[in-house]
Structure formats: C-alpha cells, structure tokens
Design a binder for this molecule. Sequence first.
Ligand SMILES: [Zn+2]
Length: 175
Amino acid sequence: MGYTVVRPWGYNRYGEDRFNKFLKTVPEKLRRRIYEAQPKDWYPAKDAYTLLDLIRAEFGQEGFEDYVHYLFTESVSGFMRGLASFINPESLSKRTNAMWLRIHSHGRVEPVITGKNSVQYTLYDWEAGRVSCELFEIWLCELLLMSRAKSVEIQKTHCVHDGHPFCRWDVRFTT
Ligand SMILES: [Zn+2]
C-alpha cells in the first residue's frame, strides 16, 4: 500500500535531496520496495505502518497527515470519486466495505446507521498497529467529505489495541 506514491509525494513536498536523505534511514527491505514496487502489488500492511511511523517521526504530525491525505487521493480512482460525489453519506456508508476492499487485502468494515446523520463503523480482522486505526479514521472522514457530508465528527469507542475484539467509531456528519 502506497509504496509507489511515497517518492512523488516526498519529492514534491520536501525536495529530492531532503527526501532521499530520509529514505536512506528507512530499513533496506522497505527502501527497496519504495524504489521497485508496482501499483498493483500487495505487501504486508505492518510494513506500510512502519513507513508511516517513520514519516511521522521525520516530518511530524502535519507531514504524516499530508501523506495520508495524498495516499487517499491517489488510491481512490476517478470512478470511485465520481460515485462518492453524488451519493449521500448514508448510501456511501453502505458501500464502505466494498471501498475498503478495493485498497486493502483483508479486514471488514461494518457500518450501522444509528440516526439521521450518524453511523457507527466497526472494523474487524484488521490488526496492523495503532497507526492503522488513525489511518482508518482519516480514510473514513475523507470518504464522507467526498460525499455530501459538509462536516464530519468522529469518536473512537473501541480499539483492538486497548483489548477490545474490534475497533469501533461513532461518526456524526452534517449535510
Ligand atoms: Zn483500533
């Protein structure tokens, strides 16, 4: 996930010299992937989160979120963007799992509509590190903001990293 966009993102934001210097600090196995990965390749999610942690350590929370946003934009095809832009957040929520599986090899997203403008999302079978939960939150918000949601509030209620059997979020949005 994301290896092919790391360099375009980094070079654009920080310049080739600075970013290549950063890449020299990345473990050999990951660095090779960054230079050789093809867009359709699947790799273990854990490694991608290692990379995200390294990006945050080097470029801060702002750089981390900027990268995740970039990753999201790159991974959602024009077709998906077009689809999301004209359906309402409720219908979009029902398709969340299908969208998730387009960019992840496993895991399952279960949305439950809890009110007119609220949805509870549960993520099952996805234990790739704490950063993956943050990534999911950002992914979900971006997806909803692509639909007709004008603002999104998200509250995490469960996490596998806190001993719960799944990760869960309550989401409210305005339209
Ligand atoms: Zn979690």
